[in-house]
Design a protein around this ligand. Structure first.
Ligand code: NAD
Length: 313
């Protein structure tokens, strides 16, 4: 039984990213602009928008919230795609829900898609394509919450920096309880692309994501497996939950001693005694998500202005 669990707060992980963004903006005397479209009546979306606005103001990003009728949203996105002073666009989903929202995600110009949800960025995550160009000067934009969770895992040390880039999760077993298109599925793919064995759990069953063997892409492979939560959680070094209901509680008794437990749901998905088993517990990730949103914005601002990165060797 774990005796000294450390709670890692999202505010702690996000602090260095926020400082870096603030410094960068100040030193370069730029003012990147993010436009958020609110087309639903969801109080959670409104709260997230207010929070984004406050965080952006603190780091020097200009944030403009545009409240629009959902029937006008596509046209408003198209207009914002054309506005030179707008560097990034985000939409508070769900708007219509389902396939119409998928369509709207692909209406955002690639060069302004801070959330990384357009088809090309999502495709690149699934195919382990990390750059937009042959010269490897433009990194792909990664969806904010999966990216936030990756950054938290790096902060904690789950990524082994002794191993080469692209294989730093080799030897780790990770369970992700959520397979949504926004968070759980891209997250499982990214973790597998970096070498982890990932059990992806949703209401319908469990899939195993592992690193592929393709010579060029090394993209992950996925197989349906006949297993239960009780089979996969006890094997896992890291357990990540994102079930959107207050009723869901992952039983502490299933957790391996010393596990790293991360919850990204807006509800507490672990039982109150999770710290009796976990070595590290991350109760929420939201502040890191917003930091990643700003980081993606800066990156797109630079791509729009032809400020490219040096090729990584
Ligand atoms: P979603 O409804 O699209 O997906 C929920 C997923 O959980 C699905 O894969 C579903 O099958 C799975 N699930 C539901 N009940 C389950 C059960 N009993 N056992 C196993 N799996 C189950 O939701 P979403 O958009 O992925 O959001 C999930 C949660 O994460 C919400 O609480 C949301 O507020 C939160 N969220 C947080 C952030 C952040 O940055 N903090 C970002 C996005 C979403």
């Amino acid at each position: 039984m774990s005796t000294s669990c450390k709670t890692v707060l999202a505010s702690t992980v996000s602090a260095s990213f926020r400082e870096q963004i603030k410094k960068d903006i100040k030193e370069r005397q730029i003012r990147p602009k993010l436009v958020g479209f609110l087309a639903n009546e969801d109080p959670a979306a409104k709260k997230y928008a207010e929070w984004t606005s406050k965080t952006c103001a603190e780091t020097g990003v200009e944030f403009e919230l545009r409240k629009v009728d959902k029937q006008d949203l596509e046209e408003k996105i198209t207009e914002a795609n054309e506005e030179k002073e707008v560097n990034g666009i985000m939409v508070y989903y769900p708007v219509f829900g389902g396939k119409q929202d998928l369509y709207l995600q692909s209406c955002v110009s690639e060069l302004k898609d801070v959330e990384g949800l357009c088809h090309k960025f999502v495709y690149n995550v699934y195919h382990n394509i990390r750059y937009l160009d042959e010269g490897e000067t433009m990194k792909c934009i990664i969806p904010c919450t999966p990216l936030a969770i990756v950054k938290i895992l790096e902060y904690i040390g789950v990524y082994n920096s002794v191993l080469p880039y692209g294989n730093r999760l080799y030897g780790r077993t990770i369970t992700v309880v959520n397979r949504s298109e926004i968070v759980g599925r891209p997250l499982a793919a990214m973790l597998a692309n970096d070498g982890a064995k990932v059990f992806s759990v949703d209401v319908n069953g469990i899939q195993l994501f592992t690193r592929g063997t393709g010579i060029r892409l090394q993209a992950h492979k996925v197989e349906d497996i006949d297993a239960k939560l009780e089979d996969v959680v006890p094997q896992s070094d890291v357990v990540i939950t994102g079930v959107p209901t207050p009723k869901y509680k992952l039983p502490t008794s299933l957790l391996k001693d010393g596990v790293i437990a991360i919850n990204f749901s807006s509800f507490a998905n672990f039982e109150d005694d999770v710290k009796s088993r976990a070595s590290i517990f991350v109760p929420s990730v939201g502040k890191v998500t917003v930091a990643m949103l700003e980081r993606n914005l800066l990156r797109l601002h630079d791509y729009q202005n032809n400020v490219l990165e040096k090729k990584q060797n």
